[in-house]
Design a binder for this molecule. Structure first.
Ligand code: UDX
Length: 455
C-alpha cells in the first residue's frame, strides 16, 4: 500500500464501481499524481479496484452494506441509491481520522457524479469538492430537458413525437433522450436525475471531454451553471505513459498476435463494453451478417453478455467453420492497444463514452449499436455531428449487418470520408493535449484551482 506524503496536498477521489466509471477516475488520479498531488481512492467494497495496479495511491474501501444486496444490472438504480445512503458516514469517519489523527491536509474531494453523497460529506467537513463527469456534456444537457419535460407532465410522449428534434438539443430527437420516453418515468429515476444534476454553487466540474468535440456544448453549459468547468480529456491521452490501467476482466493478449497477421485497416473490432447485453436472436443475426460480409473481425463477447448463455454456446451452428481463421472471438481485449493496431479499420461499438473517445483518438470509424443511456446520445453525435460512424439501423437483421459492415470497411467514398474526418479529429485532439492546447491549459487551470481552493 502507498503512503501519503503530501507534496502539493492530498486529493481524495470517490469513483463509482463500474468499469466505464472506474477507468476515467483512475486515469484522472494518475494525471493529478503526475502533477505532484498525493492520491487517496475511497471506493465501495463492492466491485473494488485492484490496489496492486496502482501502488502509488492509497486505496480505502468504504463499507457499503451491499453484501447480500441484488447488485445485478437490472437493479442498478437501487444499488446507486444504497451506495449514496450507506457510504457517507464511513467516508466522514475516515476523513476525520486522516485529518485529525494523522494531520493530513485534504486539498479537495473529487467524486463521480453518481457518488453525490461525497459532496454532502465535503460540505459537512468544509472541504472543497469537485464532480467528475465521466460522460459527455451533451448527455448531461439532455437530462435538463428530461426534467423539464417531466415537470410539464409530457411523459409518456406519443409515438408521433418521437422522431421530432428536441428544441435546443439538435441533433437529438425525442427518442434519443436517455430514458424510456414512451412510458411514465418512475419517480425514483427523476429523484436520481435531480441529485445527479445538482451542482453546488461553489463546486466545479471536471469533464473527460475536449473542446475539440464539445466546444459548443461546453459554451452552452456555462450559461446554465456558473461554476468552473474543466474539459481535460481525453484522459487516456493525458495520463503519463507509464500508468497502468485497471480492468475487472482479464485481457486476452493473444489477439494482438492475431492482429499482427492481418492486412492494414482490414479488421472490424467489435465490443459492447462492460455492461451491455444482447439477445440470442441478435447474436445469431450479427454472426451471419459478419460471416457474409467477408471481413476479418475480432469480436469481444463478454461472458454472460448474451442473455441466457454463459459465453458463445448460442453462436449459430456452422458459423465458426464458415469464418475459420478470418475471425477471432475473445472474452476481453486490451481495447486501447487493439484500436491503435494498424490492422484495425473499424469499430462496432455500443458507443460508451470511453470507447467513443478511444476510437476517435485512433481515427477508427465506427458502427454504432447503442444499447442504453448515454450510448444513444453518443451514437447520434458520432453519426450526425462528428460524422465518423454509421448507425446500425436494425441489429437483428443479418442483411442490414452485412451491408453496414461493407459500407464502413470497403473503402468507397463514404468510408473514405469518415476515415478522413476521424484523422482530422485525431490530429486536433493530439494538439489539444500538447503544451498550449485546450485540454493541456484546462488541466493547468484545474491544478491551480485545487492549490488555491474556491471561496
Ligand atoms: C459504462 C456505460 O455503459 C457507458 O455508456 C458510459 O459511457 C460509461 O460507463 P461501458 O459500457 O463499460 O461503460 O463502456 P465504455 O465507456 O466504452 O467503457 C468500456 C471500457 O472498457 C473502455 O475503456 C474500454 O477500453 C474497456 N474495454 C472494453 C476493454 O479494455 N476491453 C474490452 O474488451 C472491452
Amino acid at each position: 500500500m502507498g503512503s501519503v506524503s503530501a507534496k502539493k496536498g492530498v486529493i481524495v477521489l470517490v469513483p463509482y464501481c463500474l468499469q466505464g466509471h472506474m477507468t476515467p477516475m483512475l486515469q484522472l488520479a494518475s494525471i493529478l499524481h503526475s502533477k505532484g498531488f498525493s492520491i487517496i481512492v475511497a471506493h465501495t467494497k463492492f466491485s473494488s479496484p485492484n490496489p496492486s495496479d496502482h501502488p502509488e495511491f492509497i486505496f480505502h474501501a468504504l463499507p457499503d452494506k451491499l453484501n447480500g444486496f441484488d447488485t445485478s444490472f437490472m437493479n442498478l438504480l437501487n444499488v446507486m441509491e444504497a451506495i449514496n445512503s450507506n457510504c457517507g458516514g464511513p467516508l466522514v469517519d475516515y476523513l476525520v481520522e486522516i485529518m485529525k489523527d494523522k494531520g493530513q491536509v485534504i486539498s479537495c474531494i473529487i467524486h463521480d457524479a453518481i457518488m453525490y453523497f461525497a459532496e454532502a460529506v465535503a460540505s459537512q467537513l468544509n472541504l472543497p469538492s469537485m464532480v467528475l463527469r465521466t460522460s459527455n456534456v451533451a448527455f448531461m444537457e439532455s437530462h435538463r430537458d428530461i426534467l423539464r419535460l417531466h415537470s410539464e407532465n409530457r411523459f409518456p410522449l406519443p409515438d408521433s413525437e418521437l422522431e421530432n428534434p428536441v428544441p435546443g438539443l439538435d441533433p437529438l430527437r425525442f427518442k434519443d433522450l436517455p430514458v424510456s420516453v414512451s412510458s411514465r418515468i418512475h419517480d425514483k429515476i427523476i429523484e436520481f436525475f435531480e441529485s445527479y444534476m445538482n451542482i453546488r454553487s461553489n463546486a466545479a466540474i471536471i469533464w473527460n471531454t475536449t473542446q475539440v468535440l464539445e466546444k459548443y456544448a461546453l459554451n452552452k453549459l456555462h450559461h446554465h451553471y456558473k461554476v468552473p468547468s474543466f474539459a481535460v480529456g481525453p484522459f487516456h491521452k493525458m495520463v503519463p505513459a507509464s500508468s497502468s490501467t485497471t480492468s475487472y476482466i482479464n485481457e486476452d493478449r493473444g489477439c494482438i498476435e492475431w492482429l499482427d497477421k492481418q492486412a492494414p485497416n482490414s479488421v472490424l473490432y467489435m465490443s459492447l463494453g462492460s455492461l451491455s447485453t444482447i439477445d440470442e436472436k441478435e447474436l445469431e443475426e450479427t454472426a451471419w451478417g459478419l460471416a457474409n460480409s467477408d471481413q476479418p473481425f475480432l469480436w469481444v463477447i463478454r461472458p454472460s453478455s448474451v442473455n441466457g448463455s454463459g459465453w458463445i454456446e448460442h453462436l449459430p451452428e456452422g458459423f465458426q467453420e464458415m469464418v475459420g481463421d478470418r475471425g477471432l472471438i475473445v472474452k476481453w481485449a486490451p481495447q486501447k492497444e487493439v484500436l491503435a493496431h494498424p490492422a484495425v479499420g473499424g469499430f462496432w461499438s455500443h458507443c460508451g463514452w470511453n470507447s467513443t473517445l478511444e476510437s476517435i483518438c485512433e481515427a477508427v470509424p465506427m458502427i454504432c449499436r447503442p444499447c442504453f443511456s448515454d450510448q444513444i446520445v453518443n451514437s447520434r453525435y458520432i453519426t450526425h455531428v462528428w460524422k465518423v460512424g454509421l448507425e446500425l439501423e436494425q441489429p437483428s437483421d443479418r442483411r442490414v449487418v452485412e451491408k453496414t459492415i461493407r459500407r464502413l470497411m470497403v473503402a468507397d467514398s463514404e468510408g473514405k470520408e469518415m476515415r478522413q474526418r476521424m484523422l482530422d479529429l485525431k490530429t486536433q485532439i493530439e494538439s489539444s493535449v500538447q503544451k498550449g492546447g485546450s485540454s493541456y491549459n484546462s488541466l493547468n487551470d484545474l491544478v491551480n484551482i485545487v492549490l488555491i481552493p474556491l471561496p
